[in-house]
Design a binder for this molecule. Structure first.
Ligand SMILES: [Zn+2]
Length: 378
């Protein structure tokens, strides 16, 4: 029996429950079997499917409903991986998709399996009733939670090309968001010389070097103006480690820096000025570098999304940004298409124990996605 068949394609709650049953926690990030199961089902349902295996048992998936004209396609995108369960015990089975008090529970329910279900149900539902004049392309990635790794792989061999708009169904409680900051993660290392701690003058202390560097960047001033949508860049030191034992002068120390950048900032320049501030005692190694996303709210596609969503949201929609990054960082590097992040999940539920997604938000999102697709693609 296929993972997804007609009942799931018609009902995004059932679809979400099927996706929740697939363990795609990352790490370890072995999303491949889930991607394959989804690919087989979507192919059977009439999508034109392209798989992109990468890494060890990982993969991305493109599932297309072709339109009758050559107008640039619309992209619907989501990541299939979830964060791990963490240590605290769950009160529900995180893979069973239990529904209680109007919410479906499970790891990835809000972030972002309900979002994926909604997008695919809406696209399939529209294509079943109407002929499309614009192609709808569903792009599913893996490895997003650890730095958009799948999206980066996708860019290598299956670049997005010329597209008319990108919707990413990350959790926003159905409020359309127009961007987010970028991220630059750095590993910073210092070296010293060991000696007996009773004779510290014989050694060189790597922890002191790290400490001086860290306090030196606590109030680091970025060379940038606040962005109207994204605000100001931030910096945080998140992890620190070093030393051997209590009675030795440490010869190595390591800490991490997380910079959240705004549109217009060049990460190479940020790296250079941090290096200058910390001095030659510290070696900096970037391990994630993702650009910021900021879509102009006056764009016609954004205006369409706003007008559809305004009907279900109580207060007037304003251009808003998200606190977290998405695969949009990678897409925006090679495409000028407007990016809107819009999904039924609750952003406050993301990565939490007993994560859930409200069922009414799932059906509301399905209806809204259907209307957006109908206006833009049919
Ligand atoms: Zn997410």
């Amino acid at each position: 029996m296929p993972l997804i068949s007609k009942p799931e394609l018609e009902d995004p709650l059932l679809f979400t429950q099927r996706l929740l049953a697939l363990d795609t926690t990352n790490p370890p990030g072995r999303e491949g079997p889930a991607v394959d199961a989804l690919a087989d089902s979507l192919q059977e349902a009439g999508f034109q499917v392209t798989r992109q295996p990468w890494g060890e048992a990982r993969g991305n998936l493109l599932a297309e409903l072709p339109g009758s004209t050559s107008q640039p396609p619309l992209i619907l995108s989501g990541h299939i991986d979830t964060v791990p369960l963490a240590n605290a015990p769950w009160s529900k089975d995180p893979f069973a998709g239990e529904v209680e008090h109007g919410a479906v529970y499970g790891r990835g329910s809000s972030d972002m399996k309900a979002g994926i279900a909604v997008m695919i149900c809406a696209a399939w539902g529209l294509a079943a009733r109407k002929s499309l004049n614009r192609t709808i392309r569903v792009v599913l990635t893996s490895g997003e939670e650890t730095g958009c790794l799948g999206a980066l792989e996708l860019q290598k061999s299956l670049p997005l090309g010329n597209v008319s708009g990108i919707l990413i169904a990350e959790p926003t409680s159905n409020y359309p968001a127009l961007g987010h900051k970028g991220a630059l993660f750095l590993r910073c290392r210092t070296a010293g010389v060991t000696a007996h701690s009773s004779m510290p003058e014989e050694g060189r202390n790597a922890i002191y070097k790290a400490a001086r560097a860290i306090t030196g960047i606590e109030n680091f001033r970025f060379n940038s103006q606040p962005h109207p949508l994204l605000g100001s860049p931030t910096l945080n030191v998140g992890m620190i480690a070093g030393g051997l034992n209590v009675n030795s002068v440490p010869d190595k120390a390591e800490f991490t820096v997380d910079v959240r950048s705004v549109r217009g900032m060049d990460h190479a320049e940020v790296l250079q000025s941090l290096q200058k501030q910390m001095g030659s005692d510290v070696t900096l190694e970037p391990f994630v570098s993702l650009g910021a996303v900021a879509t102009d709210h006056k764009n016609p596609f954004v205006q369409l999304v706003f007008s559809v969503m305004q009907e279900v949201l109580a207060s007037p929609i304003e251009p808003r940004a998200l606190p977290f990054f998405t695969d949009g960082s990678v897409f925006s590097q090679n495409s000028a298409a407007p990016i809107v992040v819009l999904g039924p999940g609750d952003p406050k539920m993301a990565h939490k124990t007993d994560e859930y997604c409200r069922v009414d938000k799932i059906y509301e999102a399905q209806q809204c996605y259907l209307r957006i697709l109908q206006e833009w693609c049919a």
